[in-house]
Design a protein around this ligand. Structure first.
Ligand code: 13P
Ligand code: SF4
Length: 336
């Protein structure tokens, strides 16, 4: 993973990161719960985490919910079971808390597709534009941004600006194209993408739909336009979950990281969820390998050692903060 220059890795990381793999799952769970209580820690997990992590998390949610929770929690320690930018957002919003992540290597291909110097040059080449960035970015990109969005609130936040507002949107071209199409805007798009969401196969989804004609197709807006065109519902992980739970249909083809199926199945035991297949059927490409780096063993070691810790240098934190706070304020006003 490309670690941002201003991110300081806890010096103790290498020294203390010995895993207790001799413990069985039940023992690990017990130890984690014990440490959590002793240290007044809260475990927040994203829907793309493996089942064990989702099950032990105090909260699971999409990236907006995790940011909202991180801004409000009264815990002393936040263990962010997700990827690095999510931990960084939590630290930016709650600088007095210790923010831990089970594996510091849990990055994001989309965030990496937007280097700070190149994005700054893109902004400089388009003067007079408001900069809107997807939350899947480094703190450095957030510091260059006017307002952050997630896939839950991107449409509403873009629409909160006047119709003729000149806007730069980064880094996801698929989400940007989708928001342009549903809002009638012409935002200038950064050319980034997520390697997981670009992998879904249009042909295989069409074939699946023929085999399951009653199934609804649900897709995350990070998917390619050709996949979104097939979808009955397009939305964030939380939105996909909500839609499937409310629907009277019984089968769903789900085009996003397959970790979301765990909560979809838990909430809807009478429904069938089929993960949309990637182009390459020999890989588990609909799993985000960064998200899946976090394990129960690493979560235990991270709580025990209070490491790896996410640290954001204060002047950068302050510059990045206002774009995330603006997003939270607008979302609150909109009831999101
Ligand atoms: P959500 O905003 O739906 O949580 O998505 C985050 C993400 O990383 C999608 O790939
Ligand atoms: Fe990043 Fe894609 Fe993984 Fe989401 S699924 S965290 S966008 S690499």
């Amino acid at each position: 993973m490309l670690i941002s220059s201003t991110l300081l890795i806890n010096q103790n990381l290498r020294k203390t990161f010995s895993l207790h793999t001799d413990m069985n799952k039940a023992e690990l769970i017990e130890k984690i719960n014990q440490l959590k209580k002793e240290k007044n820690a809260v475990i927040m997990g994203h829907f793309y985490q493996n089942d064990d992590i989702q099950d032990i998390s105090d909260y699971i949610g999409d990236s907006l919910a995790l940011a909202q929770l991180a801004a409000k929690t009264d815990a002393d320690i936040i263990v962010l079971c997700g990827v690095h930018f999510m931990g960084e957002s939590a630290k930016i919003l709650s600088p007095d808390k210790k923010v831990l992540i089970p594996d510091m290597e849990a990055g994001c291909s989309l965030a990496e597709s937007c280097p700070e110097d190149k994005f700054a040059a893109f902004i400089a080449a388009n003067p007079g534009h408001t900069v809107i960035s997807y939350v899947n970015t480094t703190a450095e990109i957030k510091a260059l941004t006017d307002v952050v969005v997630t896939s839950t609130n991107a449409k509403q936040i873009v629409e909160s600006f006047p119709k003729d507002e000149k806007i730069i949107f980064g880094p996801d071209r698929n989400l940007g194209n989708y928001i342009n199409s549903v809002t009638g805007r012409d935002m200038k798009l950064w050319d980034g993408a997520c390697h997981v969401h670009e992998q879904f196969s249009v042909e295989k989804i069409i074939k699946l739909k023929k085999e399951h004609p009653e199934a609804e197709i649900l897709a995350h807006p990070e998917c390619k336009k050709t996949v979104l065109t097939l979808a009955d519902h397009i939305g964030s992980t939380a939105s996909i979950l909500k839609y499937a739970t409310a629907s009277d249909k019984k089968e769903f083809i789900v085009a996003t990281e397959s970790g979301i199926l765990h909560e979809m199945e838990a909430k809807n035991p009478d429904k069938v969820f089929i993960p949309a297949p990637p182009e390459d059927s020999t890989c588990a490409c609909n799993e985000c390998e960064y998200m899946r780096l976090n394990t129960l063993e690493k979560l235990y070691a991270c709580l025990r050692d209070e490491s790896p810790e996410i640290i954001v240098e204060e002047s950068l934190r302050k510059k990045a903060e206002s774009s995330i706070v603006k997003m939270l304020d607008i979302s609150e006003k909109l009831g999101l």
